[in-house]
Design a protein around this ligand. Structure first.
Ligand SMILES: Cc1ncc(COP(=O)(O)O)c(C=O)c1O
Length: 398
């Protein structure tokens, strides 16, 4: 297998710890173990249960955990998917391992794979490494006729989708809510995607790591729920998710695959060849995070952060509207900004990093030049100072 460089990941891991202000992060300000356990005990009973969980953690034996995830953790995850049991869930090291295992298990050389773009480019890169024929299905910024320069949403084109998905399609990869745009598909569009996958007999891989990070309105429905509402559960639907984004717990490295029992058995078999299983402490803390009251409290924290911090970026974009325009994200702690300056996005990001010590993601990493991605879910002080430095650079660029 030959892997092309995963530009986004490599750029971030090279520079994120070497800059003054990191606005390349795509998740919510991570929680400490203390914050998580406090939140958990606050969500149940104060003090006494906090002390109890801390003591339990310290006394834990660091043996191997259950390789597909402990039953309590798989049950907590299964509770998110109507009709699912622990047998429908495989716990992985992050959503990235969940995506990798799925692709590795399903895709073979010359298979056709349709990938929604723009996207976190992992699935794209793995499909190419597996020598699949990869087809792009683009979300596009759409404006109204009264304000053609101000796009109001990143919209999918279903006609184009229907042309791309054929009886030869092996897998369709969707990211909803979407990274990097923050767009959320409507239920109707999700249903059309499921119907088309069923018609083609294709695997449908739905990466839902931003589910629960909506700025407004209800939690985005899972493809699991949409597919369950149709005639029969779709045997080839795979949902991946993790605690890294909407839950603010990326360091736990806990993700999962949800699917029909047979698919999950096969995932587990593949997982035996990758990392064996999740870390013992991680599995335990993830179980704490996903108990229903704690999960609610975590997602409440997420929404509070998003609602407080999006206006900071939104205000900055309006103040710089001669240079930048952005569709407001519906979910996720990231926004894609289109810019008018005549400079390539990688050059722009590198210049900002070198001259101002600020890291942002160039649109090139999403095959979307003349755009940048800014993460606004981290420390608010960092966001403000990073944006101030970006303003200084933009003034110089003219
Ligand atoms: C859409 C999407 N999926 C999966 C991942 C992988 O996340 P993790 O492995 O931390 O769960 C990311 C990380 O940025 C992402 O944006």
């Amino acid at each position: 297998m030959h892997f092309e460089t995963f530009e986004l990941e490599r750029f971030q891991s090279t520079w994120e710890n070497r800059v003054d202000y990191n606005l390349s992060e795509s998740g919510i300000l991570p929680m400490s173990v203390e914050e998580l356990t406090q939140l958990a005990s606050g969500a149940t009973r104060p003090r006494q249960s906090f002390n109890h969980s801390v003591v339990r953690l310290i006394r834990m034996s660091l043996g191997y955990s259950q390789t597909n995830g402990t039953i309590p953790l798989r049950r907590s995850v299964a509770a998110l998917y109507p009709g699912a049991t622990e047998d429908n869930i495989e716990i992985t090291n992050g959503g990235s391992e969940a995506n990798f295992i799925t692709m590795w298990r399903v895709v073979e050389p010359r298979d056709e794979v349709v990938v929604m773009l723009p996207n976190y480019m992992q699935v794209w890169g793995v499909a190419r490494a597996l020598r699949a024929k990869v087809k792009a299905w683009w979300l596009r910024p759409v404006a109204t006729s009264s304000a053609p320069r101000r796009p109001i949403q990143w919209a999918p084109d279903l006609e184009e989708f229907d042309k791309l998905v054929t009886k030869r399609t092996k897998l369709i990869a969707i990211c909803n809510p979407n990274n990097p745009t923050g767009a959320v598909l409507t239920r109707e569009i999700m249903q059309s995607i499921v119907d088309r996958a069923r018609w083609a007999g294709a695997w449908l891989l739905a990466d839902e790591v931003y589910q629960g990070a909506e700025l407004e309105g209800p939690v985005t429905p899972s493809f699991w729920t949409i597919a369950a509402g149709s005639r029969a559960p779709y045997r080839k639907l795979i949902v991946t998710n993790s605690l890294s984004k909407a839950y603010g717990l990326p360091g736990l490295r806990i993700g999962w695959v949800a699917g029909q029992r047979k698919a999950i058995e096969q995932s587990w078999a593949a997982h035996d060849y990758t990392t064996i299983g999740p870390g013992t402490l991680n599995d335990t803390l993830a179980t704490v995070a996903l108990s229903s009251a704690t999960r609610r409290a975590i997602l409440q924290r997420t929404q509070t952060i998003l609602r407080a911090q999006w206006p900071i970026l939104e205000k900055w974009i309006s103040a710089h509207n001669t240079h930048f325009v952005a569709v407001p994200p519906q979910a996720g702690a990231i926004a894609v900004l289109h810019y008018s300056m005549k400079i390539n996005s990688t050059q722009l990001a590198n210049r900002l990093r070198k001259t101002k010590g600020v890291l942002i993601v160039p649109g090139d990493h999403f095959l979307l030049d003349r755009h940048i991605r800014i993460g606004y879910g981290g420390h608010p002080g960092h966001l403000k100072e990073g944006l101030k430095r970006l303003s200084e650079m933009v003034r110089k660029l003219g």
